[in-house]
Every structure is written in structure tokens, then in C-alpha cells.
Design a protein around this ligand. Structure first.
Ligand code: PLP
Length: 405
């Protein structure tokens, strides 16, 4: 049984108080709980000022809230606060590494390795980097269950010129939980830097970056019950210190003259301009929200829903599942095709009865190409979901089968 089953968590989310909504699209964006909305409103209503620049009370309070959020976010994943950089989203965090570290460290004789599971955010920036630098772009493929071929990774690493490995922690399209600690170990042994896209992992599983030992780890606030407009990049200090800034402007400098510009300390060096202050504060509240529930409990709850969904989907003869067949190797989602109907038709029919799921390529076209499909239907689970929601999904799919069957 679900460990969160007796907790009426759906009532924490104002948007879910709407009649007839069964929200199963948290892998795209999660709903926002009341404490997150309240933390942002509190900043606007009581502490509205800019950060790091002024000494009057409002500005000092705003700075305290903003940096307090950073401290709690960093502690949540066990990484130093000064190496925890606020960005706009995961996409910007990954591009920061590709532009700043990548352009300074990758050359024509190097290889950059991504995987077939990557979201375009962790694929396109590396493709662009290779196009621009002349480096060789390589992709580790997956097997029929969307598990990475680590032997292929080893073969690439054995060439001796892999500069960087970019890998997602949990796939948004197949659900695969990748063995990132093992990948980091192998890549480091071959002298490569590792960038992990944790956008789906941080909301779903306990993440200990100290233990994981990746060089860069990026994630996005709006999938962790936080607001849009804020993401996070955690980086290894030696690398961040050696990297040039991503964008230039206010706040990121120590001094500016006509002859010379000296960069500011971390994390300011990578946070040019006025930050998304309310959003960072909101993300701090989101971290408090999930920490209050407990990441182990969240994982157990969502694993249970996933296992239940896998069992119930197996009742339908015309469903083809994408990704690992058991819930232990899978994050909180099921993605599938139905022989008789297009994913967009499925999502539309489900949506007409309030069941919110996503249809499309999920920004993972290389993975869709691997399986010869243009799109899948994806239902993803979060703390507010229950087994009854999975039942509503199956009822809706049976409606689809009746309509198209
Ligand atoms: C695995 C993964 N990486 C990266 C992203 C990009 O997140 P954002 O659009 O917030 O930058 C997403 C969003 O769908 C994702 O699922």
C-alpha cells in the first residue's frame, strides 16, 4: 500500500481543488502547493526589495530570504551553497556548462558522449558544442527496456579522448533510473567530466550529490513543486572557479574598468543581472515541502503507484510499454502506445474526462526513433496521486478502446 495514502496531499495544491481534475503530468510540470505560493506572496507583500545591493531593511530581508533558500536547496542535495547556482531552468543550467566549460575545454580531437535517453536539453547543447568545436558527438544506446548499454560506454571511454559524458539521472520519456554513480566512476577513471541532468530525479528520489560525485548536476524548479523560472546548477568548485562566466553584466564582477574586468566570487560569477528572487524563495519553500514529507516516502509512494499502473496496463492487450518492465528500475511514470489510437487522440479523450496526461515525443526524439514511434502517451505520478487516479487512467483507456476498437 502507498505510504502517503492516508495523507490528503491533494488539498495542499489549490489547483487540484478544481472539480474533476486527475493530474498525471507532473513529469512535465508539477502542481504548486500552498506553502510555495505563500512564500512567494510573503516576499512580494512584506519583503519586496532587490538582493545583494542595498542595506535598507527590505533589501536586507530579501537577501536573507534568497540566500536562505539557496542554503536549504544546497543542503537538500548535499552540495556546498557557493557552488549552487540559480539559473532560469535546467535547460539554462546545462547550456551554462556547454558554453562556459565546453567552449573552454573541448576541442576537435575530443569526444562528447550523450545517451539515447536524453531530453533535448541534455542533447542539443552538446550537439551544438561539437558542431562548433569539431569534437566528435557520440551516443550510448539503450536496449529494448531502455536500459543503457554500459559496454558501449566503456568502449567509447577506452578510446581515451572522451572529454565529457552527459547523462540523465531519470529519463522523462522512458522512466529509466540510470546507474549514474557507476557511470561517474567509469567516466572519471577515463578522465572525463560528467554532467548529470537531474530534472526528473530530484523530485522523485533522495539525491546525495556528495555521494554521486558528478562534476555538474542540473535540475529545474517547476518539477519539484516549485515555481517556473528557476533552476539550479551544482558544480565542482575547481571547475566553476576555472570557467569563464556564461553571461556578463551586473553582480557577477569584482571590478570593472576600461582595461580590465575581474570576475566576482561564486556563485555571483554565474548569476549576472537581477535574479528571479521570488522564484528562488519559492523553490526554497518547495524543498521544505518535500523534505517535510521525506524523499524516501515520496519514492515509496510513487514506486507503488508505478507498480500498480504497470499491473493495470498489463490487463490491456493492445498496450506497448516503453521503458523498464519493473518499478524498481523506473521513475514515477508510465509511457506507452496503444495499437488502435494515436497518442494525441488518447490524451484528448482522457483530457475530456479530466485525466491530464501528456502525449508527444517528450523532447526525446532520438529515443522515439530507436523504437520507430513518433510519440507516446505518458502518465506521471507525484505526491498527490492515488491508486484511484491510476484506475481513472485505465477506465479512460478502455473508453479509447471502445471508441477506436
Ligand atoms: C529530463 C529533463 N531534462 C530537462 C528538462 C528541461 O527542463 P526545463 O524546460 O525546465 O529547462 C526536462 C523537462 O521536461 C526533463 O524532463
Amino acid at each position: 500500500m502507498s505510504t502517503l495514502a492516508d495523507t490528503p496531499l491533494a488539498t495542499d495544491f489549490p489547483c487540484l481543488r478544481r472539480e474533476g481534475i486527475v493530474y498525471m503530468d507532473s513529469a512535465a510540470t508539477s502542481q504548486t502547493p500552498q506553502p510555495v505560493i505563500a512564500a512567494m506572496a510573503d516576499y512580494y507583500e512584506h519583503h519586496r526589495g532587490t538582493v545583494h545591493r542595498s542595506v535598507y531593511a527590505l533589501a536586507a530581508e530579501a537577501t536573507e530570504l534568497f540566500e536562505g533558500a539557496r542554503d536549504r536547496i544546497a543542503a537538500f542535495v548535499n552540495w556546498p551553497a557557493d557552488c549552487t547556482i540559480f539559473t532560469k531552468n535546467a535547460t539554462e543550467a546545462l547550456n551554462l556548462v556547454a558554453y562556459s566549460w565546453g567552449r573552454a575545454n573541448v576541442g576537435p580531437r575530443d569526444r562528447v558522449v550523450v545517451t539515447q535517453l536524453e531530453h533535448h536539453s541534455n542533447f542539443v547543447p552538446w550537439h551544438m558544442l561539437c558542431r562548433q568545436t569539431g569534437a566528435q558527438f557520440e551516443m550510448v544506446e539503450v536496449d529494448d527496456e531502455c536500459m543503457l548499454d554500459l559496454e558501449q560506454l566503456d568502449e567509447l571511454l577506452a578510446t581515451g579522448n572522451v572529454k565529457l559524458v552527459a547523462v540523465g539521472h531519470v529519463s522523462n520519456a522512458a522512466g529509466t533510473i540510470n546507474p549514474v554513480a557507476e557511470i561517474v566512476r567509469r567516466a572519471h577513471a577515463a578522465g572525463a567530466v560528467v554532467v548529470v541532468d537531474g530534472s526528473q530525479a530530484v523530485p522523485q528520489t533522495p539525491v546525495d550529490l556528495g555521494e554521486l560525485d558528478a562534476d555538474f548536476y542540473a535540475w529545474t524548479g517547476h518539477k519539484l513543486y516549485g515555481p517556473t523560472g528557476v533552476g539550479v546548477l551544482h558544480g565542482r568548485k575547481e571547475l566553476l572557479d576555472a570557467m569563464p562566466p556564461f553571461i556578463g553584466g551586473g553582480h557577477m564582477i569584482a571590478s570593472v574598468s576600461v582595461d580590465e574586468i575581474r570576475w566576482g566570487q561564486l556563485p555571483a560569477k554565474f548569476e549576472a543581472g537581477t535574479s528571479n528572487i521570488a522564484e528562488a524563495i519559492g523553490l526554497g519553500a518547495a524543498v521544505d515541502f518535500v523534505a517535510g514529507i521525506g524523499m524516501q516516502s515520496i519514492r515509496a509512494h510513487e514506486r507503488d503507484l508505478c507498480a500498480y499502473a504497470l499491473d493495470r496496463l498489463a490487463e490491456l492487450p493492445d498496450v506497448t510499454l516503453m521503458g523498464p518492465l519493473d518499478a524498481d528500475r523506473r521513475g514515477a511514470l508510465v509511457a506507452f502506445t496503444l495499437d488502435i489510437a494515436h497518442p494525441h487522440d488518447i490524451a484528448e479523450i482522457l483530457g475530456s474526462s479530466g485525466v491530464c496526461v501528456r502525449a508527444g515525443h517528450h523532447c526525446a526524439q532520438p529515443l522515439m526513433q530507436r523504437f520507430g514511434v513518433a510519440a507516446t502517451t505518458r502518465a506521471s505520478f507525484a505526491v498527490h496521486n492515488t491508486r484511484a487516479d491510476v484506475d481513472a487512467l485505465i477506465d479512460g483507456l478502455n473508453d479509447v478502446r471502445r471508441i477506436f476498437g
